[in-house]
Design a protein around this ligand. Structure first.
Ligand code: GLN
Ligand code: ZN
Length: 751
């Protein structure tokens, strides 16, 4: 994206028709050359190319293979930007391809749609042209390709193709194109090539593993004369897969993530093929912390004995696109915190320093400064809060849940709340207008006074309350006008959090997120939302939901400290949120929603680790509300549709009501209940998609509600949209909610 998100702005201006293809290409070329030069100046020997992307690397591979779905009416030849961006973002007549998360990162890719009739052709020469472009700048690079097996394993059968279609059966069709690319790279002078095969860290069956063996056997002769690196990352590699990987024909080098793959280290130590290169990923590519150079150096020294001095390569654990770009652009962080950090630009310097030290040219000053920074981080009173540590440690191993069971609680709540059957509600945010953003910005910049700010926000809340009363919604929200984001708002008021000015990480396309940094023990010095919730409740006699972000979501959307286990940090956040929940209750708020939008996405890559994660994540959620009275109704909300595998953990969260995304995923969610899972708490599967500007009709919503009633008890069903409304316009929200309420009323008369 560039240190100041240069690519984002170039892309968006191009998409808006405000700049030309040449303008966009110029920004892209400048970014590539500055990154290559930066690495070269830092002393990096194996500098990757073809890592730049206008959207994502998987879509680039789809372009390379010419696997454009028919609906984009591509007529062959080299794929241009217009076909490329149509696949990524849709166009006036055709919607975009599906997007999904890249492993367990927050980076997304466009999912290839393949089938028996997909025609492949070599349709994007990007890898070769970027190799040549770097070469022209005097830099010999290692071109990186998404490996053929991972590419197919990340694909899905196109619409109309049998779900049972074996995507791997397409290997024979894509390998000839990989061979063409390799031949061109060789002709251009490449000496190395890297294939990213990160699916090797997942749970694979023997059939999938066999595909790796046959694919690389098939490529062997094409690759001869090149050094071939297979790169894996993001988790431990299972022993079986390690065996397959290290026996592949034609491969000369292996790359491993040694940060998330501590067990991989044991595998390497117990057997590593002789004469092969070992790319040891010792510098964390997923985080923002300065490396512990002394520890890495000793790991590396032990690996020299395994791979041989001349075959050991120092590396980052994965691509640096998952971390922030350059610490140099952080002017607001203080020097102490800065000394604890390393963004991408600093990580390449660390890699080089480690390699130099291995080669007997240790930069003593650099290592000493690093050791001093680590000591200061360890002993800083800003990091440690003994009271918090003690309280969090006391939580482990014990069970925290509300004493009364959920059906009895729901009865007690109903006596107090007196809600109609099929209660209606929304998820929290209302449209974020330009005016609102201006007010928040000016308050932050101290251009308007606190009084002016409060009165502007109050006015907004009262507007949102009035709209909901007019719509006749049953349980109201205040609309979240005081927050720009679900995590930053809380992080700014909790201790232990720091915020960067430019620590952006790409999420998808031109979209970036700026995760806060959790550097210390987390506590909540003051109430965070009580004032706003109380104010909102005072404006209406209907129940007003308190609105909080849950501990697991705050954790998963931040850069988390690496000096204690993640669950410990999560427990600390849970205790802070618990205080807020209790203050809201004491202030008379009877319904409190604790959003866990990101609980599902924190699920580890390997199945063997799921149970442990779900256990502490769900426990953390329960900690936040185990102390409230039976009559206080706890809601939670989740955004993803893929819950079927974790439904029992969701039930174990023991919320009184859950609102959940449902309409975009072909109502996949309801199938769990159809299959007989018993669910007794309140549940509101979204009745319409808020990601689209389209206004759903009353009939369509009524139809959805009826489908839900077919599998869920009438007395537990809630009616609500899929998610918050902040990205929509009032001209969309008002008619959509009007129809939602009329559909509900219609169904109520039919019960
Ligand atoms: N309460 C939040 C909102 O409505 C939830 C957002 C989310 O789930 N991503 O905006
Ligand atoms: Zn949501």
């Amino acid at each position: 994206m560039g240190p100041k998100r240069e690519l984002k702005f170039a892309l968006e201006s191009f998409w808006d028709g405000k700049s030309s293809t040449e303008d966009l290409e110029k920004v892209a070329a400048d970014l590539r050359s500055s990154i290559w030069k930066q690495m070269s100046e830092a002393g990096i020997k194996y500098i990757p190319s073809n890592t730049f992307s206008y959207y994502d690397q998987v879509l680039d591979t789809t372009a390379m293979l010419g696997a454009v779905p028919e609906r984009y009416s591509w007529t062959g030849g080299e794929i241009g930007l217009s076909t490329y961006f149509s696949m990524a973002r849709g166009n006036a007549t055709v919607p975009a391809m599906e997007m999904t998360k890249w492993f367990d990162t927050n980076y997304h890719f466009i999912v290839p749609e393949l089938g028996p009739s997909t025609k492949f052709s070599y349709a994007s020469h990007k890898a070769v042209s970027e190799y040549k472009e770097a070469k022209a700048l005097g830099i010999d690079t290692v071109p990186v390709l998404v490996g053929p097996v991972s590419y197919l394993l990340l694909s899905k059968p196109a619409k109309g193709v049998e779900k049972s279609f074996s995507l791997l059966s397409l290997l024979g069709s894509i390998l000839p194109i990989y061979k063409e690319v390799v031949a061109e790279l060789k002709a251009a002078g490449a000496a190395w090539i890297q294939f990213d095969e990160p699916t090797l860290v997942k749970d694979l069956d023997s059939h999938e593993l066999a595909a790796f063996s046959s694919a690389y056997a098939e490529l062997e002769s094409a690759l001869s004369g090149l050094n071939v690196l297979i790169e894996t990352y993001f988790a431990d590699i299972p022993a079986e897969s390690y065996k397959t990987l290290t026996s592949l024909s034609g491969v000369t080098a292996y790359g491993f993530d040694l940060i998330r793959g501590a067990k991989t280290l044991d595998l390497i130590r117990s057997s590593f093929p002789s004469g092969k290169y070992l790319f040891a990923g010792v510098v964390d590519g997923r985080n923002i912390w300065a490396d512990d150079l002394a520890a890495s150096l000793s790991t590396l020294q032990s690996l020299e004995a395994v791979a041989g001095k001349d075959k050991l390569v120092v590396s980052t654990s994965c691509s640096l696109m998952h971390t922030a770009v350059d610490l140099v652009n952080e002017t607001k962080l203080d020097d102490e915190i800065k000394s604890w950090l390393a963004f991408a630009a600093q990580k390449v310097v660390e890699v080089n320093a480690l390699a130099k030290a291995l080669a007997g040219q240790k930069d003593e000053d650099y290592f000493a400064a690093n050791a001093a920074a680590l000591t200061s981080r360890k002993s800083s009173p800003r990091v440690t809060n003994e009271e918090v540590q003690k309280a969090a440690a006391a939580l482990k191993g014990s069970d925290h849940r509300r004493v009364t069971n959920v059906s009895a609680r729901l009865d007690a709540q109903q006596k107090k709340l007196n809600l109609p059957v099929l209660p209606t509600t929304t998820i929290g945010s209302f449209p974020q207008t330009v005016e609102l953003r201006r007010v928040r910005r000016e308050y932050k910049a101290k251009k308007i006074s606190e009084e002016e700010y409060i009165s502007a926000i109050k006015e907004e809340i009262s507007k949102v309350v009035k709209i909901q009363e007019e719509l006749d919604i049953d349980v109201l929200v205040h609309g979240e006008p005081e927050r720009n984001d679900m995590v930053e708002y809380f992080g700014e008021q909790l201790s232990g959090f720091a915020f960067t000015s430019n620590g952006w990480v790409q999420s998808y396309g031109s979209r970036c997120v700026k995760p806060p940094i959790i550097y210390g023990d987390v506590s909540r010095p003051n109430p965070m939302t009580v004032f706003w919730s109380k104010t909102a409740q005072s404006m209406t006699s209907r129940p007003m939901k308190g609105m909080l972000t849950g501990p697991v979501t705050i954790l998963n959307w931040s850069f988390v400290r690496n000096d204690q286990p993640r669950f410990e940090t999560c427990y600390q956040i849970a205790l802070a949120i618990k205080k807020e929940v209790e203050d809201l209750e004491a202030a008379g708020i009877q319904v409190i929603q604790i959003d866990e939008a990101a609980l599902r996405e924190g699920l580890p890559l390997r199945k063997s680790e799921h149970a442990f994660y779900l256990d502490w994540a769900v426990h953390s959620f329960r900690i936040t509300n185990c102390g409230v009275q039976d009559t206080t109704q706890i809601h939670t909300h989740m955004c993803y549709s893929n819950f079927n595998d974790i439904i029992h953990s969701i039930i174990d969260m023991d919320a009184d009501v859950i609102t959940i995304e449902n309409s975009r995923s072909d109502e996949k969610l309801l199938s769990v209940f159809r299959e007989g899972v018993k669910y007794g708490a309140g549940i509101g599967p979204g009745v319409y998609d808020i990601h689209s500007p389209r206004i759903p009709t009353t009939e369509e919503i009524a139809d959805r509600i009826n489908k839900m009633l077919a599998v869920l008890d009438t007395n537990i069903l809630w009616v609500n949209p899929d998610c918050g409304l902040k990205t929509r316009k009032y001209t969309e929200v008002k008619p959509a909610l009007t129809n939602m309420v009329s559909a509900t009323k219609l169904i109520r008369t039919q019960l």
